[in-house]
Design a protein around this ligand. Sequence first.
Ligand code: AMP
Ligand code: MG
Length: 408
Amino acid sequence: MTIISVQDAQTIILKLVEGLQETETISLDEATGRILAQPLSSPLDFPYWDNSAMDGYGVRFEDVKHAGSDHPITLDIVTEIPAGMTPNLSIQSGEACRIFTGAMLPDGVDTIVMQEKTRQEGKKVTILSPPNYLGEFVRKRGSFYQAGHILLSSGIQINEPEMAVLATAQCSHLNVYRRPRIAILSTGNELITPNQPLQPGNIIDSNQYALKAFILKNGGIPISFGIVKDEPELIKNKISEAINSADFVLSTGGVSVGDYDYIGQILAELGGEIKVNGVGMKPGKPLTVAKFNNGCVYFGLPGNPVSALVSCWRFVKLALDKLSGLKSNYQPQFITTISHDNLSSNGQRETYVWGQLKLVNGEYIFHLAEGHQNSANLINLVSTNALAILPVGVTKINQGETVKVLSL
Ligand code: AMP
Ligand code: MG
């Protein structure tokens, strides 16, 4: 094992990963969460045409600019335009139209007077106070977006606002990057699936499920390769199959220095170039990362459930973001906050402790998970949304002191 720093491991891992090139065309209904693979523009201005921002009266500014309670101005209402109607006449001086929010402006109207500033009697409306400026309460055609400009850039994730924009641009089909395919493999003689009877000495393969959730949450397609016994030939066959069917392989277990830890050696035998073989962090020290000729990146994660997840949150997340085509700086989301609890470390490795960022009086405070901070303790990992970091050389962070936190 050649232990490198967490920062060096991050740099090396990100360099190994190329963004996906393959795209697929999907319908707008399927677009949520996907990564746009082409810049998008629209042939339509937005708003599409001048329309009213208020329920009120469409007027000519020149007619009403001097209106006031001591100088009311009365106009003839010559038409009514609800939203959705195409106006069919033009408004002359001395005239007004009744108009509603979102309705298209007729020719001649340049300003809207809100209903609250008027009094209507029959076919006449009296303007009680002047508009503040020419064009008040008019949403001008193209004022939010002009046809032909870039509407959405390539590499952004499609979430609520982007869905609204795509719909508005009448984009019924779009090009997105295909989803990353991520193989998951659990190694260990002791492992059983959740529905096998528990015999003394067994450990249930929880990693398979934790990693699957992690991949789904990050937009990938998990491909389960199940459990493999600690037998070099079996492992070799499975790994070989996995690296030929996925963009990344995540395996857990078998990367330490024990007698049954074969992964590193097998990766090398299969032609993988070992790029990371030990990271100065706790938990997560035995992380092994290899690159294969076909582009597949292999993450040999430690077997302990917390170690496996911490490695994913700290490294695989960034790699997956880059693979998926997302344009970002691929940096972890660190925030500086206050610790609610005393945190400790042996100071020798960068230490990650788990817990929750809680919003207290408008400020985030890091709360350490109660119970053992032990990498086999997946129980108190529940509801973790942040990892607090104790740098090398720091053995203690006292309650009330600032702490750097990785927000998950
Ligand atoms: P290893 O890295 O193979 O030495 O495993 C370290 C610890 O993690 C051992 O206690 C394993 O039993 C446990 N472990 C390994 N793989 C899994 C898994 N898939 N799910 C839960 N625990 C595991
Ligand atoms: Mg093992």
